[in-house]
Design a protein around this ligand. Structure first.
Ligand SMILES: Cc1cc2nc3c(=O)[nH]c(=O)nc-3n(C[C@H](O)[C@H](O)[C@H](O)COP(=O)(O)OP(=O)(O)OC[C@H]3O[C@@H](n4cnc5c(N)ncnc54)[C@H](O)[C@@H]3O)c2cc1C
Length: 385
């Protein structure tokens, strides 16, 4: 019997669980290969805590190469740039082609700056390694030269809210530790929506509005950003707002190369999938996480959704390769979101429920660390900083 090939493209939140499961229970006659652009992949739930200074790099990153080695599957560090569905191969940016019997995509989303100029003048929060380098540089600049600066975050979802609060906590803390005046730093958040955290209940929104007021973060709701330049940003009403740094945490789309695959994509370029997490165009192509757009059950782009898709994705890939019928996945409609506030406090939000405080942060910390332990192999080489 010739070996079947399962290719996992991208080391996102769903695929780390697929790798773990195929390691625990290998599928005879199948070689599994994980292709990912980065060796160290971040866990989104802990990213704001990393920015705030509560975690080190190694606390929030999974070493994909070590995880794959432990699971007995191949790891290739490569950026995938195409899918030749007729030939049944995945093509990388360096021109290598990898044959597959089934392929699964978990490559996350790409920032969509549109025509705003944000691609040249703003720092995108994703991919996170690019952001990490710019963030470290900003941290050094601010510490070396604590002069007045205005830092603007664009995006009123959980990512933008957590990021501005985490950055403020860290940067002002660093200045205080150096006996410098933290009030030289000004922070602002711009969102096109009429409120921040639009997918959360009004009590959560009020909590964060009050918190922003207490922390003197300039909250600009109903302000769609139409331009970003070297001196700041412009909003839809034509006003220019000075900013020394602009961080882009809004509007995401699917990777450009997907447009050439012939797969059905939604309006934002994400892969349209059925309830079995298979492309609606091609049953051999699976997708999960941000890059997947479920036709029948649309959900927000969130790490928690990607994490929960891991087990059903692993099960269906296994069943597909065994020619067994696949099972539908029904993602939760509501889940408990724990939104951090930068300072080891968090707000719990689910449906109409909301509560907040230090205990919630500690509960989240415990849950997140437990999650990371599942993917930390013995020979993990994640840098410790
Ligand atoms: C600042 C910030 C904070 C956030 N906080 C939260 C939070 O607290 N809770 C929450 O639920 N969500 C949060 N999110 C959203 C969350 O980050 C995403 O929903 C989540 O990361 C999506 O996971 P994923 O598995 O789809 O992809 P990702 O985690 O983005 O992983 C994609 C993987 O694919 C690889 N890859 C990408 N392109 C290629 C390619 N062409 N070839 C090969 N490999 C490739 C990457 O290297 C990476 O390993 C936050 C987002 C941001 C920006």
């Amino acid at each position: 019997m010739t070996a079947r090939h399962l290719l996992l493209v991208g080391g996102g939140h769903s695929h780390v669980e697929v790798v773990r499961r195929f390691g625990h229970r290998p599928l005879p006659g199948t070689t599994v290969t994980l292709l990912s652009r980065d060796r160290f992949t971040p866990y989104s739930g802990m990213l704001p805590g990393y920015i705030a200074g509560h975690y080190r790099y190694r606390d929030v990153h999974i070493d994909l190469q070590a995880l794959a080695a432990t699971a007995g599957i191949d790891f290739v560090r490569a950026s995938v740039s195409g899918l030749d569905r007729d030939a049944g191969t995945v093509v990388t940016a360096s021109g290598a082609a990898y044959p597959y019997d089934a392929v699964s995509l978990d490559i996350g989303s790409t920032p969509d700056p549109g025509e705003t100029g944000a691609d040249r003048h703003a720092v995108a929060a994703k991919p996170i390694d690019g952001f990490d380098a710019r963030w470290r540089a900003l941290l050094e600049r601010v510490c070396a030269d604590p002069t007045p600066r205005r830092i603007a975050v664009v995006g009123g979802g959980a990512g933008g809210v957590e990021l501005v609060l985490a950055m403020q906590h860290r940067l002002t803390g660093e200045l205080r530790a150096r006996d410098a005046d933290p009030s030289v730093l000004r922070f602002a958040l711009y969102t096109r929506g009429t409120t921040l955290l639009p997918t959360h209940n009004p009590r959560v929104q009020r909590r964060f509005r009050r918190l922003f007021a207490r922390r003197a973060i300039d909250l600009q709701c109903g302000q769609a950003v139409t331009g970003v330049d070297a001196h700041g940003l412009t909003t839809a009403d034509g006003r220019h707002h000075r900013a020394d740094e602009v961080i882009w945490v809004t509007r995401a789309r699917g990777a450009d190369w997907l447009a050439n695959t012939g797969l059905a994509l939604d309006a934002q370029g994400f892969v349209r999938v059925s309830d079995t997490l298979q492309s609606v165009t091609d049953a051999r192509v699976f997708a999960a996480g941000d890059i997947a757009s479920m036709d029948n059950q649309p959900r927000a782009k969130a790490g928690v959704i990607a994490v929960r898709q891991g087990p059903p994705l692993a099960r269906n890939l296994r069943r597909f390769l065994r020619h067994q019928p696949l099972r539908p996945h029904h993602p939760q409609r509501h889940w408990l979101a724990l939104v951090t506030t930068g300072d080891r406090h968090a707000v719990a939000s689910r449906g109409a429920f909301s509560t907040g405080g230090r205990l919630i942060w500690h509960a989240k910390d415990w849950i997140d660390r437990r999650f990371m332990r599942r993917y930390r192999p013995a020979r993990d080489a994640t840098p410790g900083v």
